[in-house]
Design a protein around this ligand. Sequence first.
Ligand SMILES: [Fe+2]
Ligand SMILES: [Fe+2]
Ligand SMILES: [Fe+2]
Length: 496
Amino acid sequence: MSDIAQSQSHDPLRLTLREQFLKIGSLPARILADETALAHLRALSIEDPSIEQANARKALWQVDDCIYRLATSNAITTILDDLLGEPGYYLWGAQLVDRSPGENHGWHTDIETAREGFVSVWIGIDGASEETSVSVINGSHEVSAPLQAFWPSEHAARLDPAAREILLHPELSGVSGPTIATCANGEGIFFDGRIWHGSFNRADRARRALLLQYGKHGTPVRHTASFDAFPFQYHPSDNPLTTPVKGDPDPVANKTVIRQPDGALAYPAAKVCARPELAEEAEKAWEMYPYFRIETPIMKWFSCHASVLGASYMPHTPHEHKDEEVLVLLSGEAAIFAEADSSGALRVNKAIPGDVFYYPPGMQHTISNLSASGASLRYVMLKWAGRSGRTQKVDGFKIPARAHDGEKRLSIDRPSSGLDKLHIHSTTLAPGKGYGRHIDRYDTAILVLSGELSMLDNKLGPGGVFYTRAGELHDTRNTSAAPCHYLVFEFHAMAN
Ligand SMILES: [Fe+2]
Ligand SMILES: [Fe+2]
Ligand SMILES: [Fe+2]
């Protein structure tokens, strides 16, 4: 077997390897020549309670430094760079697989990876030989369905090492027979996540292999909910942790953690928040207080600002724009002018603190201060353009303050122009109460309306806005002595 990792430096050959992989779905390679690493992997006891659970969940990269280093080493990534390409890829699975003499794992397709965008790497660790190594059926990644679609779990054809019946499948015409991946410890095979494969230990000694599994950024990986059922069933919420190997992760598709130098795993922490300094200056016509402008996995850009508007002023004549916008009135009495229908006529809406308005792209709108007493009014604006660039036609809407007053708990889902869903809810937290640290698959803006709210190490009072990008760690807690009332806006990405 040639040392493919070494031959990667020749560009013409790299193309050939990729083409070979795309065509037949597998690629043999010498992967692990390091005797110290091999000795470590042989010695790991997968019955050890600290290892057992991680191994069962294919999560050894999370607990074993040697496996993490091997899984992200050049020996593997120089090949994966070629096979998975842009926009990069993540590691999700690492498992030691022991097979005692006579033990078989019949022909199958790996359930978690039975779609395009996955590559697995099988490496012989101990007792690897022609009689014990994994066998793959080249070309099977291009068959229209996983193997389990044609042969259910108890079918005898799945236990024939020569795969005689399976090879008669019409979509496999021209395939000569199963390829045995490797013959020696340290050697192995890269294979497409959809490939049909099996393990048959025909030797009189045990065999150990290491399976490493990778996915392309943007491709969701899910734990299986049943090993027998077809169509495959995936766990709805217990999804594997992933860690980026190359390129930027997609936190909408997967839960992403970063491995710290000390081996600990951490979600990136939320850090966008703005503390308002909104002066009560009645003489000012209009003062804008920028909070932040950011890019996120969901948003091409998202900006947030607050404004103070003097009595009887209007910041601009009615305007429209390509972006989506939400206005929340914090204080004062306002008139909201917004297009009522396609005739272009503007309707005037009286607004009180706590009212929320959504303006879709192309809808004319403005605000004016109605106060008779001369008081200025204050409001917060959220404005954004979704990352997908696609839009749908939606109407503007208003949520009256009374919908989230006092004990009433608001919770609504609305379609938005550039998002699958704009979810809005309100929460009142009693002193000391909160929600523990977690991540979400969507971006979130939290606007404090009264009291004081803490997120991680930041505190904000009324008018303050926290923003967490999808995949960023955050919590909320009321660390003050008074109740805290806030509005939550969830921005759910447009599906691909
Ligand atoms: Fe498998
Ligand atoms: Fe606007
Ligand atoms: Fe959250």
